[in-house]
Design a protein around this ligand. Sequence first.
Ligand code: GLN
Length: 498
Amino acid sequence: MGSTWTTAAEIRTRVVGGESSATDICGQSLARIDAGDSEIRAFLEVTREHATLRARALDADRAAGGPLGLLAGVPLAVKDNICTRFARTTCASQALAEYRPPFDAAVIERAERAGAVIVGKTNLDEFAMGSSTEYGAFGLSRNPWNLECVPGGSSGGSAAAVAAGFVPVALGSDTGGSVRQPAAFCGVVGLKPTYGRVSRFGLVAYGSSLDQVGTMARTVGDAAALLEVIAGPDPRDSTCLTDPMVDLGSRLSDAALADAARKLRIGIPREFFGAGLDPEVEQAVRGAIAVYQRLGAALIDVSLPSMPHAVAVYYLIATAECSSNLARFDGVHYGHRTSRPPQPRANPTEHLYSASRAEGFGAEAKRRIILGTFALSAGYADKYYGKALQVRRLLNREMQDVLSRVDVLIGPTTPTAAFRIGEKSANPLQIYLADTYTIVANLCGVPAISIPCGFARCGLPIGMQLMAPHLGEPALVQAARLYERETDWHNCHPPAFQ
Ligand code: GLN
């Protein structure tokens, strides 16, 4: 029988070997959700029937001797901005409260083809805009380590579902840190691939030059396996790279890791350890750096001088892109349509658009649409949006230069551990500033991973981040695994869910 903390790799081994059926594994996952999710609220919808049917079909395939994929029988949670034909895809917005996509996202097709059993759709900040999963239209999610704290966001439901042991793996999306930051807050692994590594066909767009689907798990190996399954070319997404995905599993074997540490060059960007970094987080990350040093890795001090501008650049580009992407939710093409009649002398078309959007979007989405529309408007576009693009290019050049000299960069994922529910909601700027370490990887399109590296005194987990050059996922997961192998953080679980 599997336990709450059985990894995806172990589940697959059991299902392939006939020790467990996919149906039993699925039933156990659903039972844990039933028992624990009324407190956490990680899921917006549990896809019980779909999951049970998939698991049964998988067991029948196995009995008939059919081939079994890399995720055979593995329960998977999916962020609710990823389209599924079998369940609503709400983006935690009233605008899409009843939206049932007529198609599956590419990542859904691939995960199911590999044998994953999707047990539900997880909560997020509306349209993935936020860092706390407090801004969804259907209520907030809680951190399994402390129910008074946020799980991070915007993929907070996915991170919480993995941390609470409901599922071993989950899908999220990462535009500015939404996979890595909640992973850090919930003490799990979060992997954002290279821009273009994974097809975004069926991912509801937020910031199109930044968005990537990412993977979450309790181990580096599981996060890598899920990435391996979902990555690769797709003609339906023109930004999807044509490079085939490489085998990541073989890079994580003990043989492959044998002398990897002594060849590893780790860059420590000065800007990741400046003002605003909580001393407890800094201490945990410095502790991780010491582990790499003990293993024989070379440590190199580097600098990304434009990084202090990254938050401003990101919030101009992301909001500009979202103001355009969210234009489609007008009550005609997509989205909630108002039932209020127009005032007697009002233009009925204008009324339909404006009332539908006013009713459909929450406060944070509106704030961003307004900000982005302003940044793109005549007279300001050069000053704000154009300038942001210039600084982004500068940052990219600095990143390329630094990553030509080292294999990976290391730093904290977030400036602090998880904050309390409501603590920052009055001050959006404070929340934006906390994205400073994660957005750099999105602005530069490079892959990055967050892995647990310790705990704050209050008992909340702390994450550290590694980044690698474009298409450097093999080096990235290898470096992450080297550390994971030396430490026990991934075996620590929230006391309430033991
Ligand atoms: N917190 C960032 C934002 O609000 C990142 C969100 C994301 O990655 N989807 O934009």
